[in-house]
Design a protein around this ligand. Sequence first.
Ligand SMILES: C[C@H](O)CC(=O)SCCNC(=O)CCNC(=O)[C@H](O)C(C)(C)COP(=O)(O)OP(=O)(O)OC[C@H]1O[C@@H](n2cnc3c(N)ncnc32)[C@H](O)[C@@H]1OP(=O)(O)O
Length: 721
Amino acid sequence: MGSRGHTLMEVGADGVAVITIVNPPVNSLSYDVLRSLKQNFDQALGRDDVKAFVVTGAKGKFSGGFDISAFGDEEPKERPKPGWLSIEIITDTIEAARKPLVAAIDGLALGGGLELAMACNARLSTPTAQLGLPELQLGIIPGLGGTQRLPRLVGLAKALEMMLTSKPVKGKEAFSLGLVDGLMSPDDLVKAARQWALDIVGHRRPWIASLYKTDKLEPLGEALEILKFARAQARKWAPNLQHPLVCIDVIEAGVVAGPRAGLWKEAEASEILVKSDTCKSLVHIFFSQRGTSKVPGVTDLGLVPRNVKKVAILGGGLMGSGIATALILSSYPVILKEVNEKFLDAGINRIKANLQSRVRKGKLTQEKFEKAVSLLEGTLDYGSFRDVDMVIEAVIENVSLKQQIFADLEKYCPPHCILASNTSTIDLNLIGEKTKSKDRIVGAHFFSPAHVMPLLEIVRTNKTSPQVIVDLLYISKKIKKTPVVVGNCTGFAVNRMFFPYTQAGLLLVEHGADVYQIDEVISKFGMPMGPFRLVDLVGFGVAIATGMQFIENFPERTYKSMLIPLLQEDKRAGETTRKGFYLYDDKRKASPDTELKNYIEKARSITGVSVDPKLVKLQEKDIIEMIFFPVVNEACRVLGEGIAVKAADLDISSVMGMGFPPYRGGILFWADSLGSKYIYSKLEKWSQLYGEFFKPCANLAARAAKGIPLSAPLEQANSRL
Ligand SMILES: C[C@H](O)CC(=O)SCCNC(=O)CCNC(=O)[C@H](O)C(C)(C)COP(=O)(O)OP(=O)(O)OC[C@H]1O[C@@H](n2cnc3c(N)ncnc32)[C@H](O)[C@@H]1OP(=O)(O)O
């Protein structure tokens, strides 16, 4: 690989050496950049005409932090021992230099970027720059002194909050916290930083080494209490993760034994964490999330997204109103169409309620609320569809209704208008059957609640034009969703992969496993909720309707249980009826129901299944495998059929669509950590014991036979067969 960035140094007549980090797109700190920085620095330290330094980043960005793609470099020659970077370079060379340094921060200073800035003797930033230490999101801790310097600049409580939540602060807040010393406009930034540096030289401003500041640190007793509280929070928020606790330990070492001891502990812990499975998984998620918008044959054609100025939404129900909320929040004018005044009012009120809830949580100002509402217009006919650029249909899942709607849309919308459906299961070719506009029909499958959930499944048929996909990819970025482009099939990628999730649960329960134990184990694994709590939330009406789709399309591998229909017969249809697999109180808190066993017995007698003693006494590991391996199996099918472009897209879909724990890297990344052979052999065994539902698919079987990872590209798997 070629050079990964460098720094540029320019020495002015004023005696200030300005070092600029140049490594597009985010000026990350690669080893090349760090080496170049050190060279510049060493050189200028020896020059008599240099009195002081300013460090800044090219093109309005200070630095996005250490180069994440270099995490995997096993033993780079540049990293001879722990602490080489953070102690020898950042602390003993830069912070301890005989000439002062000022950081000029525009755009962003994240992770190692902010850590470098904190080692400078002062920091100036623009009011909108983002400053933060998001390392925990990657399974590591700040490793260039951030755990030591941030608490000394902003106090322990705030520093812990910033590190544990990974959330950056804006320049303006950073100034009020004491993290930066002055705010400047982007145009004045470097000039002001030069002057600041000269002022330090001339003793007109203090020469501060952040590492030894103590005025912001809380007194020891209080500090220990804060750390204790943070530990309790970290255990509660992320019970499966070690590194937040390691971060707190490292911070504590600095507070108790002094910052140098803290630096050493930080360096040693970083060395271990960067090699951990958690870090590898989270780095995989970081790059995979950015990779979903690179679609071969679509985004490599040089197409430019068209300007979508106005969107129409059909249907103001839960989905339609959520989608409208997401769009107006991102400044898209929206027309909401309903069939009568009553439904239209209800839809508009739902949208307003979505926005108001944001205002209440402090996430939206009243002014922005009003602006968003002003972008919304209600209608009962197609009259105003003349100038819309995109329509999203979000009516009930009824094929003939949708066919009629799309035929109407073709008549009333301009010929360039994108015709999208939010269907979660129905074949798009069927929906567009009565039109001649198949090239502009596309699926825009949002997840409920649409204004909150981060995933957008973009479904293309073999007729959808690449331009339409490019347009939708752009819109998804604008409305802050992660897009994943998938092919057309029953359930598309997410619902199809996860339909065995509930089914596996039902199969286990009919064979004697316990509903509540399954949910508990699966939650502990890291899912937001187990299969039974989830189906209660979704509601049995929807669950049965989608179940029917799967029975129709994949009869051989659908486990047919009567348990949910039996419960529904008794008006137990999930959370909305206060009874499903759980009982719900006024506050929607779920508790187990002793009556459930009667229904299970009845279901068992209908299916003719008897209790299997082995499945009554399942270990945690068995439950996890029996619930998730069928999901992995379906993911392999989706991949094998080309419904998903690459395995990483399914990892992102599982994390963002279903809440699969990101620190396990997504469904297939996790599966690969166990091995295709192992998963195959388990599924094969269960399929003999419990039927076709578990039968490994051809793609999985082929990979297991050759020992190829499930995430390896398809050509690789095929070519070696
Ligand atoms: C030792 C130290 O303590 C360890 C560290 O510093 S770890 C790194 C800490 N820094 C971070 O976690 C920041 C990570 N980056 C981000 O959050 C976001 O990329 C950002 C806010 C900087 C920019 O966001 P945005 O403008 O939406 O652009 P985004 O698409 O995310 O990134 C642009 C490109 O830069 C890459 N990139 C961003 N940050 C990177 C980094 N730190 N290292 C390597 N590549 C990076 C992305 O992969 C993407 O590449 P692509 O164009 O090939 O897909």
